[in-house]
Design a protein around this ligand. Structure first.
Ligand SMILES: [Mg+2]
Length: 294
């Protein structure tokens, strides 16, 4: 198709500056496929959300970054009415790239550009927690704020190892919290260490953490890991790190839902796609569908 406008937004520091070295190739592929390309170099994640929210002037909005950048872009795009909203393209240059993996996008930047140029639109679910949207996972509890705390330079140098080291560092100061929620007319109270509402099946770089999660079924997978004493908790986490199914382990609650309200006994921070999310209480639900080029 000729005469389409495409906006490319990139985080210059994501993924060892992987994109900047290939910027000319990226522009060439998009131009040769008939796109008029405009470029925005993002100075912050807030900047990404803002530019996305002002992008009804383009047909395609391509974000080069990791899950956090995609998260900001989608929160911006969802401020545009659906009939004027550009389709989202993704160039995965982050550390974990969970959503890109769940979508089956190629790791190579030129290959990912070619996928976007094909103009095939995939309609995927989003999740919503209070007034924010998430694309891959909403979480709270143990290890969930690790991504926010790891410095970008350390992430670029150590990759996945940076998360594990930071995760270990946060363990001694962690306190379980009590949650209360209602499901199918029943009230549950639970002391928990970890809470996940999952859209895609890869979480925190663990490619098959929630293998049954679907981006199109209109449902979120909820996983609740109860406080069980440190040896048991560590065993569960190690299983998860090895990519073993945590689902099916007796003590973990796992169910599908379209909507869930969770109250906590104290304010607890949430993490959405590796970015700061709202503090509890949380109203979690399936969000609107978005168009992704893949
Ligand atoms: Mg789903």
């Amino acid at each position: 198709m000729k005469g389409q406008r495409l906006r490319l937004v990139y985080n210059p520091y994501a993924g060892r500056r992987k994109l900047t070295a290939q910027l000319d190739t990226v522009i060439r592929i998009f131009q040769e496929s008939g796109n008029e390309v405009c470029i925005h170099r993002a100075s912050s994640t807030q900047d990404m959300e803002q530019i996305a929210s002002q992008s009804r002037d383009v047909d395609r909005f391509v974000i080069a970054g990791g899950d956090g950048s995609i998260h900001q872009a989608v929160n911006g795009l969802l401020k545009i009415p659906e009939d004027q909203r550009p389709a989202l393209g993704i160039l995965p240059v982050g550390t974990a790239n969970d959503l890109a993996y769940a979508l089956g996008l190629p790791k190579s930047i030129p290959e990912a550009c070619k996928v976007i140029a094909k103009e095939h639109v995939f309609r995927m679910d989003t999740g919503q927690i209070n007034d924010r949207y998430f694309v891959n996972v909403a979480s709270a509890g143990l290890l969930t704020d690790v991504s926010q705390k790891v410095d970008t330079r350390v992430k670029n140098t150590l990759g996945q190892l940076a998360y594990i080291l930071k995760g270990i560092e946060t363990l001694p100061s962690f306190r379980p919290f009590r949650i209360e929620f209602e499901k199918d007319g029943q009230r549950f109270m639970e002391e928990v260490v970890l809470l996940l509402a999952v859209n895609g099946h890869s979480v925190g770089g663990l490619r098959q953490l929630v293998p049954m999660a679907s981006l199109t079924d209109g449902k979120l997978e909820v996983i609740i890991v109860p406080a069980a004493g440190w040896p048991e908790t560590i065993r569960l986490l190690l299983n998860a790190l090895r990519g073993e199914k945590v689902v099916g382990t007796r003590k973990i609650k796992e169910f599908q839902t379209t909507e869930l309200t969770i109250h906590t006994d104290r304010p607890v921070k949430s993490d959405l796609d590796g970015e700061y999310g709202p503090e509890s209480s949380w109203h979690i639900k399936i969000g609107p569908k978005i168009s992704v080029l893949c």
